[in-house]
Design a protein around this ligand. Structure first.
Ligand code: IVH
Length: 694
């Protein structure tokens, strides 16, 4: 790069970084993800290093943190509030530990290991045990006086017993996730501005002029250190200092610990990484600090960060990319699902190119237009999500995609059911996409489990016209299969033998495999157990004709009473919606033709209808939701069934009990709404223990 170009780029970057600094620190409304900001910042720093003649004290690279907004009184920090160097890889951590050990002439040193809370650094100053002042970090040397707001944080102690005459505690003010969600929900309802994330919400709340505003926001605090060493306190390790702070009444993150060497630190990183999504507050990494305070002093500082500590960051969960196109996928039931196709981007530890947009309302709600620069988020193992577009980067002429008026695969008309966000192709099995998906579902692991019949083969079979309905797979021949692209005799013969093996499926798998709308695994199981044979299920479904003959038949009182007494309705999982889906399926000549053709090749196994098992939970319907940390969901279900309970997939008035693991969502909410008893994982384990299951 020549000097003029470098100067121009440096100027542009300074302006851009400064604008983002302002949005982030002063307005508490960042417009780009942190990782994107870091990129700009690093580019600027690298250019300034390569072209030192353009150095300037005004450059945003020349300060640690936020500018002082001018609205708050200034507080000069007695000991500067510095920041931590970052490690982004295991090697960075190994190097850090090695550097510290070499400098100290030690091996296997111990580290205080702590979650890196994603909030706002805070200094709390106490005189004679009384809270007198709170300050933000500001630029590291001078911060802002936010005593009025911090005083309202309930976890900040206002009076200490046994504290030294002067004490400055440092830590992180943050907003717990639950509080953040509730806060944003209220803001949404009131038509007020929502915050992008809990950290900005915390920063925004603390930097309010009006303390009642902060008081109404659910803030909290964790201590992680002190300013100057207090008089008369003999503490020799950071871990002991944290214990002492806890005894004085300060909240300290419960995940803190001590680890030895790089191996111990990395094991802690993994452990916290696994817990991260279920922790009640956001963290963006972990911090390792040399535990012995005398060694910390010996190591000292390099430029603006300590040599004795490092932040090991999780991979960024948000990144910027281009939304290249919005494609439409057609599912098994004909639902048209828009999918974002993006320029590949590395986020949350993987490369992301596609993300479902769920439905067309979602596109409109998020205002996503092909060509937009968008924020993509991938947190933990959660599927990637397009968060929002950057409006200031939108190109002129970018338009919302038109709602499809025909199926993009088969050209059939589409329908949109009132009150439903979904647009569906009406082509049914005329639509190759629906044929392919129906077959894929039928052969899938939880249905007929036909090994070898996966995505690609289903596509090929439908494309080659060999399979028009699922029944056709039982008529496939060797020459037909070997005629497909890249299909040898060995694979073809193994596929045929797998197909053959699927001719005597269990009733529940067969029912599930038919892909009847609203009949998931657990409903299929309930139907199989209750009715015992395919014919009995079909007969029960067909008995429903009078209730669905017209759309308001069920408004008739007498019919409604009869409906409630129907055998199908006795099943806890089955209400009007499932009943109607079953009825529609078994009364539609198209599906009947497929089922009858299938039954010539396949014999679903009848089973003895479940007797009222004689267990302590007999007659009770239990729903499992959320994640259990102590056992897999199916194991938990098996325990419950062994106790006589029926395990159902959805919450209704007929549910007796809900077991809610971590991150339980809508089912838990529904249970609460219906007033159904809910127990958490501990309660569930106690229940199993009580009945001798564990
Ligand atoms: S120690 C001199 N410990 O991360 C070292 N910081 O850049 C001072 N943070 O500004 C920081 N959790 O706001 C430390 N357990 C922890 C932390 C932590 C979060 C924040 C803090 C600091 C930034 C590091």
């Amino acid at each position: 790069m020549d000097m003029d170009a470098a100067k121009a780029r440096i100027d542009a970057l300074r302006a851009e970084v400064a604008a983002h600094d302002h949005r982030y620190h002063v307005l508490d409304a960042p417009s780009i993800p942190d990782a994107e900001y870091d990129k700009l910042f690093h580019e600027l720093r690298a250019l300034e290093a390569a072209f030192p003649m353009y150095a300037s004290p005004d450059s945003p690279t020349q300060r640690v943190g936020a500018p002082i907004s001018g609205d708050f009184a200034k507080v000069v920090h007695a000991v500067p509030m510095l920041s931590l160097a970052n490690a982004f890889s295991e090697q960075d951590v190994v190097d850090f530990v090695q550097r510290a050990q070499t400098a100290l002439g030690q091996t296997n040193i111990e580290f205080s290991v702590e979650p890196k809370i994603d909030g706002l650094a805070m200094s709390l100053y106490y005189v004679d045990g009384r809270f007198v002042r709170a300050a933000t970090r500001g630029d590291g040397e001078v911060g802002e006086d936010v005593t009025h707001s911090v005083r309202t944080i309930r976890s900040v102690p206002l009076k200490l017993t046994g504290a030294p005459a002067e004490l400055e505690v440092r830590g992180e003010a943050y907003m717990p996730r639950a509080g953040f969600e509730a806060f944003n929900q209220r803001a949404r309802a009131a038509g007020e501005r929502e915050f992008v994330n809990p950290r900005n919400a915390a920063a925004g709340s603390i930097r309010q002029q009006d303390p009642s505003a902060a008081a109404s926001r659910p803030l909290a605090f964790f201590a992680y250190g002190i300013g100057a060493a207090p008089d008369g306190v003999a503490i020799s390790r950071h871990s002991a200092l944290l214990r002492w702070l806890r005894e004085l009444g300060f909240p300290v993150a419960p995940e803190v610990g001590v680890a030895t060497g790089a191996t111990g630190c990395l094991a802690y990183f993994t452990e916290i990484g696994q817990k991260r999504s279920s922790m009640p507050y956001d963290i963006d990494g972990v911090v390792y600090k040399v535990d012995r305070l005398d060694w910390q002093r010996e190591l000292g500082f390099i430029s603006r960060s300590p040599r004795w500590a490092i932040a090991h960051k999780f991979p960024a969960e948000e990144a910027l990319t281009t939304l290249e196109a919005i494609d439409i996928q057609v599912g098994r039931t004909g639902a048209l699902t828009p999918v974002a196709r993006m320029t590949p981007v590395f986020v949350g530890g993987v490369t992301v190119t596609n993300a479902t947009l769920h439905n067309f309302d979602e596109i409109a709600r998020k205002d996503l237009r092909p060509g937009d620069t968008v924020i993509v988020r991938r947190a933990g193992d959660v599927i990637p999500e397009v968060v929002r577009p950057l409006l200031d980067r939108r190109r002129e002429g970018a338009a919302l995609p038109a709602l499809p008026s025909a199926c993009p695969v088969c050209g059939s008309a589409v329908e949109r059911i009132e009150d439903e966000a979904v647009i569906r192709c009406t082509g049914g099995l005329v639509c190759p996409a629906q044929r392919r998906e129906a077959l894929r579902h039928y052969a899938s692991r939880k249905a007929l489990n036909i090994e070898g019949v996966g995505d690609k083969l289903c596509e090929q079979l439908v494309e080659a016209g060999l399979v028009n309905s699922i029944a056709d797979i039982y008529a496939l021949t060797m020459p037909q299969l070997t005629g497909l692209d890249r299909m040898g005799e060995r694979s073809a013969s193994s596929i045929l033998s797998e197909i053959d093996k699927s001719r005597t499926p269990s009733l529940e798998r067969f029912l599930f495999g038919l892909g009847i709308r609203d009949v998931g695994e657990s409903t299929a199981k309930a139907l199989a157990r209750h009715f015992g044979s395919f014919d009995a299920v079909r007969a029960a479904a067909l008995r429903m004709a009078p209730y669905f003959a017209t759309s308001d038949a069920l408004k008739d009182k007498a019919l409604k009473t009869a409906f409630a007494a129907e055998p199908l309705i006795q099943i806890p999982d089955v209400g009007p919606v499932v009943a109607q889906s079953l009825y529609s399926f078994f009364s539609d000549p198209r599906s009947v033709a497929i089922v009858d053709a299938l039954l010539l090749a396949v014999t679903p196994q009848s089973q003895v209808p479940a007797a009222q098992a004689d267990g302590p939970l007999s007659g009770q319907t239990v729903v499992l939701t959320g994640t259990l940390s102590s056992m897999a969901r199916d194991v938990a279900g098996a325990h419950l069934e062994a106790l006589g309970a029926k395990v159902s997939g959805s919450v209704s008035k007929k549910t007796h009990l809900v077991v809610a693991g971590a991150e339980a969502g809508s089912k838990l909410a529904k249970a609460q709404e219906l007033g159904i008893p809910v127990i958490d994982e501990a309660g569930f384990l106690a229940l199993l223990a009580e009945h001798g299951r564990i």
